[in-house]
Design a protein around this ligand. Structure first.
Ligand code: GL4
Length: 807
C-alpha cells in the first residue's frame, strides 16, 4: 500500500506552496537546500497527519501504548527512510525533475542527527521503526541535544572532537509543541507536617526549568502506524532577572538562563561508561520528569483516574539512565494525585519495565548520595523509602536482614541505579541469551534468586528495512526477484533464499553485488583520503565504538604480524586483505584514542610501503555514524565481532553485516552465539575463549607474559611496537599488553591470539581457494538473518513485557 493517491504532481504542488510561503519565490528558482527543506516539511506534515489519525484510532479504542524512555536515539537521516516507508520514493523522484534535481542530491544535504553514542541509541531507533510498521502505538522520549555526538576528525593521527550542529538542516523534521511544555523542578527544601488529614509535604523549589517538546514522526512501512519521538528542550523559566537587568548587569541577568539551558546542550559522549556528574543527573531527571508528567496528565485527562495506568501504559526504561522515572512517578501519584504509598507502588511497578544493556562495571551507573539529596530532595526521600520497604520485605522473607542488605539501592556513599530499576520494575531483560544468562548468574544474581519471575531475555534486532532494503538496493532487488518482496514485512521469509544454495547463477550474482558495493566504499575512501584499496582483496571490517573490550587491538596485532611476515619475505600464506576500521573513542578515553592513533599509523606506514601495500592495506574511516554505516555494511565481507567473551551484551553491527552477506569472524559472545545457532558453525569463523573460561582464567590469575614467552610472533610484535611505526614508538601499548603497574593485557588479546590467527587462515583459504563456498556461506548468512529483525524483537517485547496489541 503506497501512501494514498500521492502522485508526483501533488508532491510538486505541495513543494511549490512551501517554497512560496517560506521564501516568497518561484520554485524554479529555489536552490537545493530550499527544495530539501520544502520537501521535508511536506513529508513531515504528511506524517503528522497520519500520526493524528493513528492516535485517534488508538484513543477511541482505549488501547494500551508503550512509552520508550531513552537518553539516546540515533535516528539517522529521515528523508530517505520516510519516503521509502511511505512508498513514494519514485513519485518524489519524478516530481523533483521539475526542479532539475535528484533525490540523491537532497539526501546528502541532510545532517545525520547523532543523538546517541552507538548500539544502545541505534537500537532505540530501530525499535521506533518496527513499532510503527507493526502498528503498535508508541512514543519515544528523549532529549533534544543541541549538539549530538561529536564529529571525529583525525589530526596528526590523533582523534579530535568537533561539535555536531545537526539542527542546521535536520530541524525541519521537528514540530515544536510549545503549548505542551511542562516544568521540571530542582533543588529546594522539604518540610514534613502532620495534620488531621495525614502527612503533608511542603516543598519549595528554587530552580524551575521548562521542558519544551519537539516532536519527530517516524513512519512505519506500508501501513497506518507512525511512531512519535518527543525530544525535550530545556528552557529557563525565569529567563531574565529583571532586577539585575535594570541594574545594568546584563550578563549576570542572563546567566541563569544558560544554566538551565545547559541541560539539553550536549549529549554525553561516552558509550558503556557512566559519568556521575551533576549535569548528567540533571539531564536524566529532566527527561523522566517531563515525560512522566506528560504520560500521567494525558492518562488522567482521558480516564479521570490513574488506577488503571498500568492497563493503558507500558513505560520502558532503556538501561538505567531513566531510572529516576520510578521515584518520579511515585512522587506524582502521591504528591499531586493523593495516592497512598501502597497503591502508588502497585501502579508504578506494574507500569515500568527495564532493559539492561551492559555488564561492564564501569558502565553500571551510580550517583553520589549527596548530589541526589541536594539536587532532588523529594526524589531522594522516595528512593530511601522504596529501599527501606524493599529491604524490610526481603529481610523478613529471608529471615536474614544482612542477606537482604546485599540488594540495597544504597552503597556506602552511592546510589546504585540498577538495583533501583530492578526493584521498581515488573520485568527485567537482557539483550541476548548469553547476556541474560550472565545477568542471572553474576551481576543480578541476588535479585534473580529473590524474584526469578522478573527476569527474561529479549534478543536485540535491527530494522532490515533501513539496513538492507534502503542501504543495499542491489541486494534488495535480487531478493525481490528471487523470493518476492514479502520479507520486507515478514523478515523470516528471508529464509526462502536458502533454496538457491546450489544455484551458481544466484551465487555469482551475490558475488557481483558485493563487488559493486565494495567499489562504492573504495570510491568513498579514495575521494575522502586519496587511499586506493584493492577491490579484489577481502574487505575485513571492524566498525563500532572503540573500546578495549571490543578488541580493535587484537585486530591491529594481527595486522602487525602480517607486516612483519611481509617485511621478512615470508609471504606464501598472505592473501590480499583490506582492513577497514571505523570507530569513535570517548573524548576522555586515552587508551582508546591511543589505539586509534596506532591504527592510523599502521595505515600511513602501509600506504608509504608499496611492498606491503601489494598484499594488505589499512584504512581508518573517520566519523563513524549511521550514514557511514549505511555505506560500510553492504561492502563488508568479513565482519569482525571479536570482543572478549562475556563482555559484549549483544552487538547489533554483527546483525547488520550478516544481513548484508558478510561472514563473521567472532568470539562466542553476545548475539554472536545466536548467529552461530542460526547459520551453523560451518558458516561462521569462531575462535577464542568462552565466557566461563575467561572468568576462570581471571580468577586463577591471567598472565599475558606466559603467552608472550611461548609465542615468537607475539615477541616480534612487541619488538615492532617498541621500535615504532615507523618512528612513533608505541611502547606504552606494549607495556599495557605485558603489564607494567597493572595486570597486562586485561582483555586477553594474547590468550586468543593464536586461535584468532587460525580462524583468519580458515577464512582466507575459503575466500581465495573456494569462492563458491564463500558465496554459499554468504547466502546462508543473509537467509538466516530474518530472526534478527527488530520486528521480531518488538513482537516479543509487545507480547511478553508490555502486553500491547497492534492495530
Ligand atoms: C550496548 C551494548 O554494549 C551492545 O552490546 C548492545 O548491542 C547495545 C544494545 O543493546 O547496548 N550497551 C551500551 S551501554 N552501549 C551499547 O551499545
Amino acid at each position: 500500500m503506497r501512501e494514498k493517491n500521492i502522485e508526483a504532481k501533488h508532491i510538486n504542488a505541495l513543494i511549490d506552496e512551501e517554497i512560496s510561503r517560506y521564501w516568497n519565490i518561484e520554485s524554479r528558482s529555489a536552490n537545493s537546500i530550499q527544495i530539501y527543506r520544502a520537501l521535508s516539511v511536506v513529508i513531515r506534515d504528511m506524517l503528522l497527519k497520519k500520526h493524528n489519525q493513528f492516535k485517534n484510532f488508538v484513543n477511541k479504542n482505549e488501547q494500551k501504548q508503550v512509552y520508550y524512555i531513552c537518553m539516546e536515539f540515533l535516528v539517522g537521516k529521515s528523508l530517505r527512510n520516510n519516503l521509502y516507508n511511505l512508498k513514494i520514493e519514485n513519485e518524489t523522484e519524478i516530481a523533483l525533475k521539475k526542479y532539475n534535481i535528484k533525490l540523491e542530491d537532497l539526501y546528502v544535504i541532510e545532517k545525520d542527527p547523532g543523538l546517541g553514542n552507538g548500539g544502545l541509541g541505534r537500537l532505540a531507533s530501530c525499535f521506533m521503526d518496527s513499532l510503527a510498521t507493526q502498528g503498535y502505538p508508541a512514543t519515544g522520549f528523549s532529549i533534544k541535544y543541541e549538539f549530538g555526538l561529536f564529529k571525529q576528525k583525525i589530526i596528526d593521527g590523533w582523534q579530535t572532537e568537533l561539535p555536531d550542529d545537526w539542527l542546521t538542516t535536520s530541524d525541519v523534521w521537528l514540530v515544536a509543541k510549545t503549548e505542551e511544555r511542562v516544568v521540571v523542578k530542582f533543588d529546594g527544601k522539604i518540610r514534613e507536617e502532620w495534620t488531621t488529614s495525614g502527612l503533608v509535604i511542603h516543598h519549595d523549589y528554587p530552580t524551575e526549568i521548562e521542558a519544551v517538546p519537539y516532536d519527530m514522526f517516524i513512519s512505519g512501512y506500508d501501513g497506518d502506524g507512525v511512531s512519535l519521538l518527543r525530544l525535550w528542550e530545556s528552557k529557563s523559566l525565569n529567563s531574565i532577572d529583571m532586577n539585575l537587568f535594570s541594574q545594568g548587569d546584563y550578563i549576570r541577568a542572563l546567566s541563569e538562563d544558560s544554566m538551565a539551558e545547559a541541560i539539553s546542550k550536549v549529549l554525553y559522549p561516552a558509550d558503556n561508561h557512566y559519568e556521575g556528574k551533576i549535569l548528567r543527573l540533571k539531564q536524566q531527571y529532566f527527561l523522566v520528569s517531563a515525560s512522566a508528567q506528560t504520560i500521567v496528565k494525558k492518562h488522567y485527562k482521558k480516564y479521570k483516574t490513574l488506577d488503571n495506568l498500568s492497563d493503558k501504559a507500558a513505560i520502558h526504561i532503556n538501561d538505567t539512565h531513566p531510572a529516576l522515572i520510578i521515584p518520579e512517578l511515585m512522587r506524582i501519584l502521591m504528591d499531586d494525585y493523593g495516592y497512598s504509598w501502597e497503591k502508588a507502588w502497585y501502579i508504578v511497578v506494574n507500569t515500568v519495565s527495564y532493559t539492561n544493556h551492559t555488564v561492564l562495571s564501569e558502565a553500571l551507573e551510580t550517583f553520589d548520595i549527596d548530589i541526589v539529596k541536594t539536587k532532588l530532595p523529594r526524589i531522594f526521600m522516595i528512593i530511601s523509602e522504596i529501599n527501606r520497604r524493599f529491604l524490610q520485605e526481603a529481610g523478613s522473607k529471608y529471615n536474614d536482614f544482612n542477606k537482604a542488605e546485599q540488594m540495597s539501592v544504597f552503597g556506602y556513599d552511592k546510589i546504585n541505579m540498577a538495583n533501583l530499576c530492578i526493584i521498581g520494575s515488573h520485568t527485567v531483560n537482557g539483550v541476548a541469551k548469553l547476556h541474560s544468562e550472565i545477568l542471572r548468574r553474576t551481576v543480578f544474581k541476588k535479585f534473580y534468586e529473590y524474584s526469578p519471575y522478573k527476569f527474561m531475555n529479549v534478543t536485540n534486532g535491527i530494522t532490515h528495512r533501513r539496513w538492507l532494503n534502503q542501504s543495499n538496493p542491489r541486494l534488495k532487488n535480487l531478493l525481490d526477484d528471487l523470493i518476492g518482496a514479502d520479507y520486507t514485512k515478514h523478515p523470516s521469509k528471508l529464509s526462502e533464499l536458502k533454496k538457491y544454495i546450489d544455484d551458481d547463477v544466484v551465487l555469482h550474482k551475490l558475488d557481483e553485488i558485493k563487488y559493486e558495493n565494495k567499489k562504492l566504499l573504495a570510491e568513498f575512501i579514495y575521494n575522502t583520503y586519496q587511499i586506493s584499496v584493492n577491490t579484489d582483496s577481502i574487505f575485513d571490517i571492524q566498525a563500532k565504538r572503540l573500546h578495549e573490550y571490543k578488541r580493535q587491538l587484537l585486530n591491529a596485532l594481527r595486522i602487525i604480524s602480517l607486516i612483519i611476515d611481509i617485511n621478512e619475505g615470508n609471504t606464501t600464506h598472505i592473501k590480499p586483505e583490506t582492513f577497514i576500521f571505523a570507530a569513535k573513542a570517548a573524548p576522555g578515553y586515552y587508551r582508546a584514542k591511543e589505539i586509534i592513533q596506532m591504527i592510523v599509523a599502521l595505515s600511513d606506514y602501509i600506504n608509504k610501503n608499496p611492498n606491503i601495500k601489494k598484499y594488505i592495506n589499512v584504512v581508518f574511516v573517520e566519523n563513524y555514524s549511521v550514514s557511514l554505516a549505511e555505506i560500510i555494511m553492504p561492502a563488508g565481507e568479513l565482519s569482525e565481532q571479536i570482543s572478549l567473551a562475556g563482555k559484549e551484551a549483544s552487538g547489533t553491527g554483527n546483525m547488520k553485516f550478516m544481513l548484508n552477506g558478510a561472514v563473521t569472524i567472532g568470539t562466542y559472545d553476545g548475539a554472536n552465539v545466536e548467529i552461530i545457532n542460526q547459520v551453523g558453525e560451518e558458516n561462521f569463523f569462531l575462535f577464542g575463549l568462552r565466557d566461563y573460561e575467561v572468568e576462570s582464567l581471571w580468577k586463577t590469575g591471567y598472565s599475558s607474559i606466559h603467552y608472550y614467552q611461548k609465542s615468537l610472533k607475539l615477541r616480534k610484535i612487541i619488538d615492532f611496537l617498541n621500535k615504532g611505526i615507523p618512528s612513533k614508538s608505541f611502547e606504552s601499548i606494549s607495556k599495557y599488553l605485558l603489564g607494567d603497574s597493572q595486570v597486562g593485557d586485561p582483555y586477553m588479546c594474547f590468550a586468543d591470539f593464536d586461535s584468532y590467527l587460525d580462524a583468519h587462515n580458515k577464512a582466507s583459504s575459503v575466500y581465495f581457494d573456494d569462492k563458491r563456498k564463500w558465496n554459499q556461506m554468504s547466502l546462508v548468512n543473509i537467509a538466516s538473518a530474518g530472526i534478527f529483525s527488530s520486528d521480531r524483537t518488538i513482537k516479543e517485547y509487545a507480547d511478553s513485557i508490555w502486553n500491547i496489541k497492534s492495530i
